[in-house]
Ligand binder design. Structure first.
Ligand code: GYE
Length: 307
């Protein structure tokens, strides 16, 4: 028998693109769907993915990125846990000549040329959408109306921007009052605990909950029911993400409005990686399409939810 190992096979292997991806954690259903989407899309695109989970630690993200630099990956992708503090590590990547793509969350740096692009939602607009829904929902209802806010991870771009967008809209009515706003880290457990403490303090003075994600809203719903109030009726609940579990709660009337935030960024990210490797230039910001869903459409939409 003859040796029929064509030489091109090995050269194809050598050309496989390698991406190092620093994921920030696994705090929510959104995050799990995001990780899965990125893993699947890499496989689909024939891209080798090195994956590191930083479990909410920026320091661990730095370590992961240094590891990727040492291993000379082609592209580094990062989902940054908080917004600040990225300049030095991005400089290290630049010194090594490795392009960086930001996925999901944004960073605050003076030199925007330190990264290629940010692929992710417009969190400010999500906050505005939540605020607009609330103005509609409460039109004709006399104030003052007490609002509580479950914020996500402190210092993260979705927390900062969703909070700003929401406030900028609801200030149109001076009698909508944010009584308490606390970070609950985007988790169901902290959502439950923090809502419990809000209720112990203010009880039925709370008329509205704005939760920065579905997991915290689900935790808060448990707290509200344990306290003896009816979620979605006694307290209007607005949430962000659009997970299937949250849609089920909206079908049950316990969530009134969900602002969609799309975690399925994998295909867009892999496409961006290929374009960077081809030497093409990319827009500085790539934003997926997103909607707002309210009670009326919950039943129809719940089965369509991909995450
Ligand atoms: O809304 C939340 C997740 O960064 C947009 O992080 C993401 C947020 C998302 O934990 O569920």
């Amino acid at each position: 028998s003859t040796e029929t190992n064509p030489p091109y096979e090995s050269s194809i292997l050598e050309q496989q693109i390698v991406v190092g991806f620093s994921q920030l954690g696994s705090e929510s259903d959104w995050r799990k769907a995001n990780t899965e989407s990125i893993r699947d899309a890499a496989k689909e695109a024939g891209i080798q993915l090195m994956f590191e989970n930083a479990e909410q630690s920026q320091e661990k993200q730095f370590e992961a990125i240094r590891g990727f630099i040492k291993q000379r990956v082609d592209v580094i992708a990062v989902s940054p846990v908080i917004e600040s503090g990225w300049e030095p590590i991005l400089h290290e990547a630049r010194m090594a000549g490795i392009p960086v793509i930001l996925s999901d969350r944004a960073v605050e740096v003076n030199d925007a040329s330190l990264y290629i692009t940010t692929i992710g939602s417009d969190f400010y607009e999500e906050g505005e959408k939540a605020g607009k829904y609330l103005l509609d929902k409460l039109s004709g209802e006399p104030g003052p109306i007490g609002i509580v806010e479950l914020q996500g991870t402190e210092g993260s771009s979705p927390t900062i921007e969703r909070g700003k967008g929401f406030r900028d809209i609801i200030k149109q009515r001076g009698d909508l009052i944010i009584r308490r706003a606390e970070p609950a880290d985007f988790t169901i457990e902290q959502g439950r605990e923090t809502m419990t403490s809000f209720l112990e303090e203010m009880g039925s003075d709370i008329k509205v909950l704005f939760a920065h994600n579905d997991d915290m809203a689900l935790g808060a719903i448990e707290a509200i029911e344990a306290y003896g109030l009816v979620p979605g009726k006694d307290i209007v609940i607005i949430s962000v993400d659009g997970t299937r579990k949250a849609f089920e709660m909206m079908v049950a009337g316990k969530i009134n409005c969900i602002v969609e935030c799309n975690p399925l960024l994998g295909p867009i990210l892999m496409q961006a990686v290929k374009e960077v490797m081809d030497g093409r230039s990319l827009p500085k910001r790539i934003v997926p399409q997103e909607s707002v869903y309210t009670e009326g459409v919950a039943e129809k939409e719940v089965l369509n939810r991909p995450y």
